[in-house]
Design a protein around this ligand. Sequence first.
Ligand code: CUA
Length: 323
Amino acid sequence: MILGIPFELLPAAASATSGAVDVAVFLVFAVIGVVSLGVVAAMVYIVVRYRRRPGNLTGRGHDPATIWRTELGWCALTATVFLGLFTVGAAFFDRIERVPADADALDVAVTAKRWMWSFHHPNGRRELSQLHVPAGRVVRLHLASEDVIHSFYVPAFRLKHDVVPGWLRTAWFRATAPGTYALACAEYCGTEHAVMRADVVVMEPHAYDRWLAQGDDSRPPLAAAGRALFQRLDCGACHESHRRRRAPPLEGLYGRPVALRDGSSVIADDDYIRRSILRPDADVVADYQGGVMPTYAGLVDDDELLLLVAYIRSLADAEGVSP
Ligand code: CUA
């Protein structure tokens, strides 16, 4: 509190990566602070010391022979400091962006639309404007937008990830302490952008299990719903028959590199699967023909794409293939 106004320098730090973000921010502020103070102090000193007065306007030539050491030193110092900041930032960024492949990670499908957040748990439980997660466990978010660009922002987790229509993206966090943390949309998305909020409720693992069990279980779990859709669209006609070899098998696919016809390779992540459903000829898998699979654009919406992704993800370690 300052003068009766609630004030906090930083929001609570409640995720496995918030410390790293705070260190990076602190380093940048420290460097900026020290340099700014130095510049102001030097300015005041010079203004006073060399102010206009009789006698100090003559004999002010400067000696270019002695300045190069200062120039070189200054360049080397700033280069070192900024490259140091870059290295620290890049290392932290890599840690934050690289989604951990934890076996017991919790996969939550997140759909953003004007102006709400909806969440879909692996057992099929859905919630609106509230996300319950266990503390201490990696939560992988599979982010989709139904309309415009939104941004998934939880200050306490130091996590911000754009949610872009037409893309599926994955972000993650591991909450460290139970509590309720604010989730806000951090990308202007229309008149009610400011109220596009939700609560992330971090619970003790046993409390979370109890919460999950008491959900309305009328809806099939995520992967099962994806499987039902997969069957309804008759995807199995090509993808499940290994004999006809018209389409690549999907078992053990998720998260692995896929060799393409043009010699390049891609990782089979959410976005690759989405692209392959909507634009089958964007990445033709090596040893297969292009032009075989029709596009499913317009036939499946973003919610359904997340179901299909969940189903294909559930096949990742099918048939004894370990991830
Ligand atoms: Cu959604 Cu701003």
